[in-house]
Design a protein around this ligand. Structure first.
Ligand SMILES: *Cc1c(COP(=O)(O)O)cnc(C)c1O
Length: 389
């Protein structure tokens, strides 16, 4: 069945946080109150570390107060310095963390399909001061982890994954956090699994976990020994308690979003110039995002036009990730930030559009959103050169 375009009565945002039932929150908070222990690694914190270690199928896990501080701690723990190669097609936190560690981010171009760092372009970016690679599993699509590791091994580099989008992803049954030296997860409210604000580092061995735990608690070993200049990276008991409740609701939300993604794929099929995310047979997806690509010439109008027009129908999509991090004024002067170095990322950033996806939407809502999108096709609102055609 096809619908004509109709305006939504209420704004539809790109996502909505998964909110556990308020009664269960009150019961859980009563537990925390009874314990009189509201931060510094209490019972909720211990429980959440255990449950997430299992859920993510990883060896070791350290919770943090957010993903950005977790990533900072990883760079410090691994002693990274000089230059680190990363992708420009990511959230601002990725290069900013490097900058805060006085590391120069070196932007490497991405793969046109996965939109992740292109391992074949990595080697040309390596210099004598390169210490690591920081790839991002963008929108939960796994990086080519084997190819990245091969380059890292050949050059003696560390691999630190920004897995902020990849909570719950498995590749051939293996947790996505098992690759590289360390991975960071973000548990921000806009991510599928969240603790309001929060994050984690995961790694294989207990020695690294001990190091991460020290750094997140000011480097304090015991009452009289401080071993390093650490930071306050601790997740509190209220965050951890919320996380435990969200974890209980995750399977249901995952299934709902899976049905919506199927509805999007079906409704979008055959629209010229619209590309859906790749389907990856060996990957268990987390259904966190649904990001399409709009080829302006084939669709007949640009991504920017679509994003603006959608607002008239109360649909608020997002241009993730536009602009590229390499275009931020703080990085634009780096040699690696030039458009000639990043042709694929430059094009992809012009095409991507993140569509609304959260369990509270219905299949009917998705069909309405696609009907609105279809109505824009061929409106020829193209960037200057092609506008007249
Ligand atoms: C959300 C996000 C982060 C930052 O995580 P916070 O928990 O918000 O600090 C880092 N990288 C990427 C790619 C993200 O999407």
């Amino acid at each position: 069945m096809r619908f004509g375009p109709t305006k939504f009565p209420e704004p539809v945002l790109v996502t909505r946080p998964l909110l556990p039932n308020l009664d269960s929150v009150q019961r859980k908070l009563a537990e925390v109150w009874d314990s009189r222990w509201i931060t510094n690694h209490g019972r909720q914190h211990t429980l959440l570390e255990e449950r997430l270690t299992q859920f993510l199928k990883v060896g070791q896990l350290s919770l943090f107060n957010n993903g950005t501080v977790a990533l900072l701690a990883a760079c410090k723990a691994l002693g990274l310095s000089g230059e680190v190669i990363t992708t420009p097609f990511t959230f601002a936190a990725t290069p900013h963390v490097l900058n805060w560690c006085r590391i120069t981010p070196v932007f490497c171009d991405i793969d046109p399909i996965s939109m992740n760092l292109n391992p074949h372009k990595l080697e040309s970016q390596i210099t004598p001061t390169t210490t690591a690679i920081m790839p991002v599993h963008v929108f939960g699509v796994p990086c080519d982890v084997a190819a990245i590791q091969a380059v890292a091994d050949r050059h003696g580099l560390k691999v630190v994954y920004d897995a902020a989008h990849a909570c719950g992803i498995e590749v051939n049954g293996e947790g996505i956090g098992t690759f590289g030296d360390v991975s960071m997860f973000s548990f921000h409210a806009t991510k599928l699994f969240h603790t309001v604000e929060g994050g984690a580092l995961v790694c294989k061995d207990a020695i690294s976990k001990t190091e991460f735990d020290l750094i997140r608690n000011f480097g304090i070993k015991n009452e009289e020994e401080v071993l390093m200049p650490g930071i306050n990276g601790k997740m509190n008991e209220i965050q951890a308690a919320i996380g435990l409740l969200v974890l209980d609701d995750l399977a249901e939300e995952h299934a709902k979003r899976g049905a919506l993604i199927a509805a999007y794929r079906e409704a979008l099929e055959g629209i010229p110039g619209i590309t859906c995310p790749p389907v990856l047979p060996n990957v268990k997806s987390n259904n966190q995002y649904f990001v399409i690509r709009i080829d302006a010439e084939r669709f007949g109008c640009s991504r920017d036009y679509v994003c603006e027009e959608f607002k008239k129908y109360n649909v608020f999509t997002r241009k993730y990730f536009y602009p590229l991090c390499s275009q931020f004024s703080c990085y634009a002067d780096l040699p690696s930030a030039s458009q000639e170095n990043l042709p694929v990322a430059t094009r992809v950033a012009e095409e991507v559009l993140s569509l609304p996806l959260y369990g509270g939407l219905s299949v009917n809502d998705v069909q309405k959103i696609v009907a609105i999108l279809r109505s824009f096709a061929g409106q020829k609102n193209l960037p200057n050169a092609v506008a007249g055609c």
